[in-house]
Design a protein around this ligand. Structure first.
Ligand code: SF4
Ligand code: SF4
Length: 485
């Protein structure tokens, strides 16, 4: 019997968590861990030996090559996102917005009718040409802003031109629009529906919570407009395919997540993405009014997670999307398309963003920095540069080289690294260095705490909770998952 490579963390005096590059995890008592490290396998309970072998922590001498191949295969599957290259292409149609959110990460600009920050047709077509140079077989074009519906003519140009190019490119092409749902005409909605553009939106809770940070410039209440347009979307898209929503947590709604979850259910949502405030755009300017500590966020998140799990156990299907992404990374060998949780970082190589003026950045955060005068992460411009200049350039190579958690100081020996990722632009913002000081970063603290919490649930192996987690990964209610067995 041989030990295979693994990482570990002592959770407390009695328990040690072990993980490996296949993403497998196992909890041993401190005594068992000591026996394992001394390779006294005869002293381990048979159950532990079997589980350690099944999860590739140990291997029989005569099946060592097979075990190493299996580990390599699982690692290859987890890194599969690298083989396709950039598949998520975010396009900023305009920086204008019809809302004024105090935490706006996008630093929306200009008056509603100030077209200086709109993408023009020439840039839009060059953007689509650039997108179709990506070798990725799956292409998702995500419209962002400001408020993207304010430049709807250019959205149409992009959708129609992308569909035209795809008649010969034959990629798996999809669209999504991130809109605040403040103003959406029937004609716009018809176009979006006809061209299968998914809708993603934001909801910060009840009317008072939503209107607290989101001030509409076109109506008395951002919430009322949002509700009217949400209903319109559902009438056309159907209740199951209507908008999904993201919750931005501020100090105002941090302690009321249970209430917000109930409100989401009342509004007919069956999922929610709980997003912490990030240090960009106006969120940075209004930090004193909006921000909270990582510990406060984690405490509220854990409570919300427990509440949501409980709802599911009681038969109410409701998914927390961030946990679902992490669970997919922990419980399956498949990669997720989530840019922020990759090693190397997905910035540029999994997703990228095209600004209204044709500038290309590896991630929205790079564009947000540029909006404040720091163009460190500018990769090039679709109107002046070739695909090779932009996507094979020095910047993208530097990001990849410096964002592999497997060899980054502080991360390389972390037991959670196979579920976590790297966020070089955030490190740059926090430490002025793309490698950063991860151990003291909010990114590390938050992710580690959430991953640990999920592992606690998994290690308990409670069958009801496990069923809930699998239903989240499959995005199907428990009873449907059970029927499909
Ligand atoms: S967060 Fe979105 S909706 Fe709010 S101001 Fe910024 S771009 Fe507009
Ligand atoms: S960022 Fe933190 S949790 Fe993530 S791999 Fe690095 S040390 Fe581990």
């Amino acid at each position: 019997m041989k030990l295979l490579p693994f990482d570990f963390e002592r959770l407390d005096l009695d328990n040690v968590l072990l993980t490996n590059i296949a993403g497998e995890a196992i909890l041993l008592t401190s005594k068992e861990f000591e026996i394992l490290c001394n390779e006294d396998y005869d002293w381990l309970p048979e159950l532990s030996v079997n589980e350690l072998a099944a999860k590739h922590f140990i291997a029989n001498d005569d099946s060592l090559d097979l075990s190493i191949n299996l580990l390599a295969n699982k690692l290859r599957s987890r890194k599969d996102y690298l083989s396709g290259f950039t598949s998520l292409h975010m396009v900023v149609l305009t920086l204008r917005c019809n809302c004024m959110c105090s935490y706006c990460h996008a630093s929306s600009k200009g008056g509603i009718s100030d077209h200086a920050y709109d993408m023009d047709e020439f840039t839009a077509r060059n953007t689509v040409n650039m997108i179709f140079k990506s070798p990725a077989p799956v292409i998702k074009i995500e419209f962002q802003g400001g408020e993207p519906t304010l430049n709807f003519d250019i959205l149409k140009v992009i959708v129609l031109y992308a569909e035209e190019l795809n008649t010969t490119a034959c990629k798996e092409l999809s669209f999504v629009i991130c809109t605040n749902l403040l103003s959406l005409s029937d004609e716009q909605l018809d176009f979006l529906h006809k061209h299968k553009v998914d809708i993603s939106t934001s909801c910060d809770g009840t009317k008072s919570m939503h209107d607290y940070c989101r001030k509409s410039l076109v109506s008395d209440s951002a919430y009322e407009s949002f509700i009217n347009n949400l209903e319109k979307c559902r009438n056309i898209y159907g209740r199951d395919n209507g908008p999904s929503a993201l919750l931005t947590v501020t100090r105002n709604n941090l302690g009321r997540l249970r209430e917000i979850i109930d409100h989401y259910r009342f509004l007919g949502f069956n999922n929610m993405f709980i997003r912490a405030l990030n240090p960009y755009g106006y969120a940075l300017d209004n930090k004193n009014n909006l921000d909270y500590s990582v510990d406060e966020f984690v405490k509220a998140y854990k409570d919300a997670l427990a509440y949501i799990i409980d709802l599911n156990i009681k038969g109410i299907f409701f998914v927390e999307s961030y946990a679902a992404l992490l669970l997919q990374r922990i419980l399956t060998p498949f990669s997720t398309g989530f840019v922020d949780l990759q090693s190397p970082s997905g910035a540029g190589i999994l997703g990228c963003i095209y600004n209204f003026n044709g500038e290309v950045y590896p991630a929205d955060e790079g564009r947000m920095l540029a909006a404040r005068g720091d163009k460190t992460f500018l990769m090039g411009n679709v109107n002046n540069n070739s695909y090779e200049d932009i996507f094979h350039g020095k910047l993208i190579q530097k990001l990849v080289k410096n964002s592999c958690v497997e060899c980054m100081p502080g991360c390389s020996y972390c037991a959670y690294k196979n579920y976590c990722g790297s966020d070089p632009i955030r490190y740059y913002v926090e430490c002025n260095d793309i490698v950063g000081k991860r151990y003291s970063s909010g990114f590390c603290k938050k992710n580690k705490a959430i991953i640990k919490e999920l592992l606690h649930y998994l290690i308990k192996k409670d069958s009801a909770t496990m069923k809930v987690f699998w239903s989240w990964i499959n995005r199907k209610p428990l009873e449907v998952c059970d029927d499909n067995k």
